[in-house]
Structure formats: structure tokens, C-alpha cells
Design a protein. Structure first.
Length: 541
């Protein structure tokens, strides 16, 4: 049995910088503390998060490189940067250098308010950390509102998380502690104000490291379901028929840019992939090893065969398109006998039981409780989630036990972010605050459904499906934002002037171009947060 280190999964926000006007000896003391603290945290299984202050780059780099040379992983150190410090050529060069020994996260700022441009970054770090250790810092005497370290401390304390304060290194933390006599009683770290006072005034780097790390081990910070400081990452792919071309184009361009930057295997960055309908086809294809560009070629070359034109009359009397054609094409792409369980990543595929209209989620057998579809083929899973009423016939799956019929998962989860979160929390035991979601839409438009009001069935018939999809997608996004907040949910989509129908193959090239542009514009943020070169472990192991 592998021994579990005491701080595995614990993320410590190291908030500080070297204040101005210190002696060389004092600066050496701070660097010694930072390097010693990081080294100790890494060795005990913990993770350091830091706001990339240049005065602390050297000691953090040394600790991280020593850890990596001893067999550790570079995600033990996360360096966070505001977008404004990730634009210039010198910034980009520095970021690439830092990625040799750390994970670099780039957080967009508030463009409309230069004074608060670092607020999102500070909130991101507070959201991600389990505890904060504060020291040094600048600007307290000149402008208290600009002093970042006290602000990061307050942001973390407001979230009810523990903190440690060191004032002996001077700077903003000394000024804050001198001005606020209640601070030491608000740290929630299990120590009395008197004990915290002793720590805050201690000048020995080694003694500070020992005292803080010893107390960290006593705090209830470790979760048995968390194996590292890295968040559980979910890729969510919306439904939308042929509009999946847009999604495939986005993924293909990211993959292309990732390879040009020295990265590879986009989907292997995600612990779980959820897809509905056309998103299910994409998710399954990617999970089975098809490249994003191969999936894009699928839409370009097979779209017109799956969705042939001039079938409007058939739409009123039968399913508009031929399910058998879709099935045969999917067999060619995914493999006729390939099982869903052969996917590299865990999968969540929403569908609907046709008999009573009950929701269903097809999954890979990634836990003992999720083996209900252990023998389903990749093609059957894709068909079960893609059988949109009136567009395709129901999917019929003949299992060893019974014959089952399924309808399109978009009926209830066209944006499958909620079933994906439920799977992670309920069945994989992942804490909600340890989940990151990258969600990709199939384009949207500002539809006006009021023109169908009062027109009965005939008036609503052409609009009803679009209304259902629009309402579901919006509600899913609202709920996801409530659960995750902007720091742990990134939505990539594009609003267009007029709607592209689910089977409008004439728009394939336009959607490809749009996806390509959106991917280029969003790549920096996506790469920073999700495509950082650190792959997940094979769930089957």
C-alpha cells in the first residue's frame, strides 16, 4: 500500500513579496523562508500557489526545480499572472520559461477599471487555495488600498479559510498587523492569538517553516478523494446537430496551436468529458483517440450525407433524416465493435428513455456503481444521445437483458454541464470546489420567440425545439455559474445574427471559419487553465 503524504491535495497560497528598503541580510532571510517553505510543502505532498511576484521568482524556481529533479511533478507549483502581465513579448518569454518548472495560470482582468485589474487574479487564488500564508508586501504606507498582500489575506478570510501571518519581514503585513489588533484572532488556523503573535514576530526562516508546516498538518484540509493539488477538469460539449462543426473547429484549432507550442493530445488533459447529441459524437470520438481535426473532417465530409436537403415534407410525416445512414457512418468513424469503455477518458453521455421519457446518463464503467453500460458500443452510445425527435428515429439497443429505446439527450441536457458535475461529485467523490469546467457551445443567437405567441400548435411547431434547447442551455449555464463561479467555469461560444438550423449543411464552411477565429482568440486563457501539458492518468488503471 502506498503511503499517503500528510499534505497531499492541500493548496497553500503563498502571498508575499520582498518589501522596499530592506537590507541584503533581510532580503536573504525572506528568500530563505520562501525556498525552505516551498521545499517542505512539496516534500509533504502539498501545492504552492503564488501570484508571480518577481522578487520571489528565484527561491520558488530553485525549490521547484529541485523537486522535479527528485522525481516530482511541475504542477506542485502554480504561478498565477494577470492578463495584463501576459501580453508583451518579454512577458510571453518569461511565461514559457516558468512553464519548465511550474504551471502558469493567466487570469483576465477587469478592463474597465485599471485600479482593480488584479482583483480577478486575487479572487482566483483565494478560491483555489485551502490556506494562505502572508508576509512582506508593499504600498501600505503610501496607499493601503493598493497593498495586495493584505487584500489577498482578507479575500481568503472572507471565505472562511485559515491563514498564517508573518510581520517580522516588514512591509504591508507589518503595517496591517500594527493597525488591526483583531487580526491575529481572525486567522482560523487552530492557534491562539498568542501563538499566532509568536509566529508573526519570529525572524528565523527555519523555525517559521517548521511551526507553520506542523500546524498545517493538524488542520482538517486533506480530502481522501483528492490525490493532488490539481483540479479535476471536465470538458463539456453541447448538442446542436451539424453545428457541432463549430465545436470541432474550435477543438481542432486549439489542438493545432497546442502542437505548434510543443504540446499534444488535447483530450488527455481532461479527467471527464461530457457530450450531448453531436457533442456526444465528438466526446466519444476524442475519447477513442481520434484527433479534433479528424472529427472536423467527419462533419465536413459526412454532414451532407447525414443531413441531406429537400426532406421538408418527410419531416411532417416521418423522421426527417435516415437513422440507418447515421449509424453506418458512425460505424466507419468509431468502429462497429468498439466499446465505449475503450475510451481513454471517462465519459458522460446524456440520453432519454423513450418508453416513459425518463432521463438517463450513459457512462464509461469508471466506478463499481457505473457499470450499467459496460458492454455498450461507442456507436450505440452516440446514437442513443443523438436521436432527436422528428430528425431521427429512436435508437434501439439490444442488450443481454432487454431491448431498450432512447431519444436525444438534448431534450433535457443539451448543455450537459449539470450531469457532468453530478457525475463528478456523486460518483467520483470530487469536491465541488476542486472542479474546473471548459464548456463549448454550438453557437447561439438572440431568437425572439414572441412571434409564435398565441398561434397554437401550427405557430409553435417550427420553433418549439429551438425554444427547448435555448431554455435548457441558459438554465444550465446559470446553475453552473452558481455552483462554480467564473473562476472555475470557462464558456466558449459565439453569438450569431441569425440561427443556423440543426441540419443546415450549407453553413459548414462558415461554422468552420467562425470556430477557427474563436479558438485563436480564446487559446491563451484555455491553454493556461486547461491545456497546460499535464495529462490525467488513465482511469482504467
Amino acid at each position: 500500500m502506498t503511503r499517503r503524504l500528510p499534505l497531499v491535495g492541500v493548496r497553500i497560497h503563498l502571498s508575499g513579496s520582498i518589501p522596499d528598503k530592506l537590507s541584503k541580510e533581510e532580503e536573504t532571510g525572506i528568500c530563505s523562508f520562501v525556498q525552505g517553505f516551498a521545499t517542505k510543502i512539496f516534500s509533504e505532498g502539498g501545492t504552492i500557489i503564488h501570484g508571480s511576484h518577481p522578487t520571489l521568482s528565484a527561491p520558488l524556481e530553485k525549490s521547484a526545480r529541485n523537486f522535479i529533479s527528485a522525481g516530482g511533478k511541475k504542477d506542485a507549483l502554480t504561478l498565477v499572472r494577470a492578463q495584463k502581465y501576459a501580453i508583451e513579448a518579454e512577458h510571453l518569454k518569461e511565461i514559457e520559461y516558468q512553464r519548465e518548472y511550474s504551471v502558469v495560470q493567466i487570469i483576465p482582468g477587469l478592463k474597465e477599471d485599471e485600479e482593480k485589474s488584479l482583483v480577478p487574479m486575487r479572487e482566483w487564488m483565494s478560491e483555489r487555495s485551502d490556506v494562505i500564508v502572508c508576509f512582506g508586501g508593499k504600498w501600505w504606507d503610501e496607499n493601503k488600498l493598493r497593498a495586495g498582500v493584505p487584500e489577498e489575506l482578507d479575500t481568503t478570510l472572507e471565505r472562511g479559510k485559515p491563514a498564517f501571518v508573518i510581520s517580522s519581514f516588514g512591509g504591508a503585513m507589518k503595517g496591517y498587523l500594527d493597525d488591526d489588533s483583531t487580526l491575529l484572532s481572525r486567522l482560523r488556523n487552530g492557534l491562539s492569538p498568542e501563538q499566532n503573535f509568536e509566529i508573526s514576530k519570529n525572524t528565523s526562516p527555519k523555525a517559521l517553516v517548521d511551526k507553520i508546516v506542523t500546524q498545517l498538518k493538524l488542520l482538517p484540509l486533506v480530502r481522501n478523494s483528492v490525490s493532488s493539488g490539481r483540479n479535476f477538469r471536465i470538458l463539456v460539449l453541447d448538442g446542436g446537430g451539424i453545428r457541432g462543426t463549430f465545436t470541432a473547429s474550435v477543438l481542432a484549432k486549439w489542438d493545432d496551436m497546442l502542437k505548434k507550442g510543443g504540446g499534444n493530445e488535447l483530450v488527455k488533459h481532461f479527467d471527464l468529458v461530457a457530450g450531448t447529441s453531436t457533442g456526444a459524437i465528438l466526446a466519444i470520438g476524442l475519447g477513442l483517440g481520434l484527433t479534433p481535426n479528424e472529427m472536423l473532417s467527419f462533419y465536413k465530409s459526412k454532414g451532407s450525407k447525414i443531413f441531406p436537403k429537400n426532406r421538408k415534407m418527410r419531416h411532417w410525416l416521418n423522421s426527417k433524416h435516415d437513422s440507418q445512414t447515421l449509424g453506418e457512418i458512425l460505424k466507419d468513424v468509431l468502429g462497429e465493435d468498439t466499446l465505449l469503455s475503450e475510451s481513454y477518458c471517462k465519459l458522460v453521455i446524456p440520453t432519454v428513455r423513450a418508453v416513459h421519457g425518463e432521463t438517463e446518463v450513459i457512462t464509461t464503467p469508471h466506478t463499481q456503481d457505473r457499470t450499467g453500460f459496460h458492454g455498450i458500443t461507442a456507436v450505440d452510445a452516440a446514437l442513443a444521445s443523438s436521436a432527436a425527435p422528428t430528425y431521427f428515429d429512436e435508437a434501439v439497443i439490444d442488450t443481454e437483458i432487454a431491448v431498450e429505446k432512447y431519444l436525444d439527450g438534448g431534450i433535457w441536457a443539451n448543455n450537459p454541464i449539470i450531469p457532468a458535475l453530478a457525475e463528478a461529485v456523486r460518483y467520483l467523490d470530487i469536491p465541488l470546489d476542486r472542479i474546473d469546467v471548459l464548456s463549448i457551445g454550438t453557437m447561439g443567437n438572440e431568437s425572439d420567440f414572441t412571434k409564435s405567441l398565441g398561434k397554437g400548435k401550427a405557430g409553435w411547431a417550427p420553433e418549439s425545439a429551438d425554444l427547448f434547447f435555448s431554455a435548457q442551455e441558459h438554465s444550465a449555464l446559470i446553475m453552473a455559474e452558481s455552483f462554480l463561479g467564473p473562476a472555475r467555469h470557462l464558456r466558449i461560444n459565439q453569438q450569431i445574427p441569425s440561427e443556423i438550423k440543426l441540419d443546415d449543411t450549407e453553413a459548414i464552411e462558415d461554422m468552420t471559419t467562425r470556430g477557427n477565429r474563436v479558438a485563436k482568440d480564446s487559446f491563451s486563457a484555455v491553454r493556461s487553465r486547461f491545456l497546460d501539458g499535464i495529462h490525467v492518468e488513465d482511469w482504467k488503471s
